[in-house]
Design a protein around this ligand. Structure first.
Ligand code: FPP
Length: 223
């Protein structure tokens, strides 16, 4: 079975830079380049939706210089990047708390989402200023306002992405760090010590191969 919805916690940029005696910003730049190459590759090998954790709500509490550097990287690569996505038929969507993002970044996101809206080959979803708990809380508040109990299907529909098949975390830590908590209920988990800038397209292929060998039972027994 192939993984249709793959999510990646892109961890290890800082350590990658430190090992090379470079500033953390160099690690993020290397991470962004890797992210772009990996995204192109994932859709070539049959992934339909790729959700990438680029910035958590808590990451915004890092030193201002680092956070501003990440936004500058985003400004540098978008909108040039969105023309490329469109060319390859990839729809871009951004999830997370936009109220925490600078206004010009939100404008770029709106433009990129609008420009790629009709693309159908795949969906690249970037999580920026994202919190899995925050997302569940927002959905719960919406549900309460509706004034009646929702079915699981209806509640899931209030979240920003569908269920995750395969969740990869680079960088050696084994935790979810508030990423897609509800959507990963039955995700297969894959942890690698490779730092994100070192996680090659071949590494993704190997991870996807491992996914294809997993026995997904969703809590049931094989008949
Ligand atoms: C975690 O590594 C990575 C981040 C907080 C940023 C991830 C960003 C990218 C891959 C570049 C894409 C950027 C944008 C804006 C789209 P870390 O810094 O926590 O690494 P460490 O654990 O080694 O310190």
């Amino acid at each position: 079975m192939t993984a249709k919805h793959v999510a990646i916690i892109m961890d290890g940029n800082g350590r990658w830079a430190k090992k090379r005696l470079l500033p953390r910003s160099a690690g993020h730049r290397a991470g962004l380049k890797r992210m772009i190459s990996l995204s192109g590759h994932a859709f070539d090998v049959g992934v339909e939706r790729l959700t990438l954790y680029a910035l958590s709500e808590e990451n915004l509490l890092r030193p201002k210089e680092e956070v501003d550097g990440l936004f500058d990287l985003f400004r540098e690569y978008f909108p040039a990047q969105h023309s490329e996505l469109k060319e390859h038929g990839i729809r871009l969507c951004v999830i997370g708390n936009r109220a925490l993002l600078p206004a010009d970044i939100c404008e770029r996101i709106d433009e990129a989402e609008a420009a790629t809206r009709d693309c159908t080959r795949g969906t690249l979803c970037l999580a920026l200023a994202y919190s899995g708990r925050g997302e569940i809380e927002r959905a719960a508040n919406l549900a309460v306002r509706g004034g009646r109990e929702l079915t699981r299907e209806e509640f899931s529909g209030l979240l920003s992405v569908p269920p995750v098949d395969f969740l990869i975390r680079t960088g050696g830590e084994m935790r979810l760090s508030d990423f897609l908590l509800y959507e990963s209920a039955y995700a297969e988990l894959y942890f690698t010590k490779k730092l994100f800038p070192d996680f090659t397209n071949g590494d993704l292929d190997r991870a996807l191969k491992e996914f294809s060998l997993r026995d997904r039972r969703f809590g049931r027994v094989r008949s």
